[in-house]
Design a protein around this ligand. Structure first.
Ligand code: ASP
Length: 336
């Protein structure tokens, strides 16, 4: 017990084979040709249906946390093989659902399948095993959900897929990497969350009745109000705004937000920029928004902002409690 790493395969390119690419039937089909993997102390668990991560759903997240919950005491850490497309969403959601996490949960994948000799998969997988298996490899314990890709270990809820092609596929623009991966794995300890004292547990309520909307010049604000009007289940609106959190200042637009706000629907302001943060109030625009009670998303990524909102809605919190949750950080997802 406790001297192994559990590899959880959910799908994605890393484990695909054949032409056209399809998910492998089993682990040996993925790793044949890589006999060195046999020497690592790992067990393997495979999701019944391996998926392209564009098919990730809220049920998928619940299944995943249940696998970790069931196996939590048996392993040193976990490596999750996952498609890169929505890895940052899954990583963010896991960071909110896995409470008092005291073991590494490392998501990884690849831009090219492992059966391709030029794949980045083998290196990503072995580095992830080193991090998840910490004490077996003299690597410091990182009690976080992270993404291991190419030369860095990133906090998952700070990460984004920023390249669909390049082997350096992920970035964490507003938070420096937890570890630099080169000939040595250099963990930067003051960037890592503290090991919690309380007992690990898992939360399983997610409410995905959220609308995420990216602003663009020419957007007709009536589309927003019509959409909200005709979809009574929507419980939160997330706006990906310009620059430091700016939206149009026209009466039309502001009135639209005001009427949505009056319904008690939280509106979260996140910047479209890859890095930097919302500043409220800085310009006339954000001054108006803050007077309307729009929530300042600070420097949170849209992936973490969206999943944090789904997680908070799942807890049936009041509007004020949701607002408060975005002025603090649950597990390092935003600067406060
Ligand atoms: N479409 C794939 C997925 O996200 C891409 C990848 O794995 O890199 O599952």
């Amino acid at each position: 017990m406790e001297n192994k790493v559990l590899i959880i395969n959910t799908g994605g390119t890393i484990g695909m084979v054949g032409k056209p690419l399809r998910p492998a039937y089993n682990w040996s089909e993925i790793t044949k040709g890589y006999s060195m993997l046999e020497k690592f102390p790992t067990d393997y668990y495979q999701f019944e249906k391996l998926i392209d991560s564009s098919d990730v759903t809220t049920d998928f997240w619940i299944n995943l946390v249940e696998v970790i919950e069931k196996n939590y005491d048996k392993y040193l850490g976990f490596v999750i093989l996952h498609g890169t497309d929505t890895m940052a969403y899954t990583g963010s959601m896991l960071s909110f659902l896995l409470k008092n996490l005291a073991k590494p949960v490392v998501l990884t994948g690849a831009q090219a399948p492992m059966v391709n000799p030029r794949s980045d998969g083998l290196q990503n997988l072995i580095n992830s095993i080193y991090i998840a298996g910490h004490k077996l490899f003299d690597t410091p314990l990182i009690p976080e959900v992270c993404i291991c890709f190419r030369d860095s270990l990133l906090r998952a809820n700070r990460s984004k897929k920023t390249d669909s092609n390049n082997y350096y596929g992920f970035s964490s623009p507003n938070y420096n990497p937890l570890a630099e991966i080169a000939t040595e794995i250099k963990v930067i300890s003051d960037r890592i969350l503290k090991i919690p004292n309380e007992k690990f547990y898992v939360e399983k309520n997610i409410d995905a009745n959220v609308l995420l909307l990216e602003l663009f010049p020419g957007l007709n604000s009536k589309y927003i109000s019509d959409f909200i009007e005709s979809n009574k289940n929507i419980k939160a609106l997330i706006l990906k705004t310009y620059g430091s959190g700016n939206t149009p200042t026209s009466e039309d637009f502001i009135e639209t937000l005001k009427s949505i706000s009056k319904k008690g629907i939280p509106i979260l302001d996140i910047t479209q920029c890859i890095s930097g943060s919302v500043k409220m109030p800085l310009y006339e625009s954000t001054d108006k928004l803050s007077k309307l009670g729009i929530i300042n998303g600070s420097d949170i990524t849209s992936e973490a902002g969206l999943t944090k909102m789904m997680y908070l809605l799942g807890k049936n919190l009041s509007l004020q409690e949701i607002k408060n949750a975005f002025t603090s950080s649950i597990c390092g997802e935003q600067t406060v």
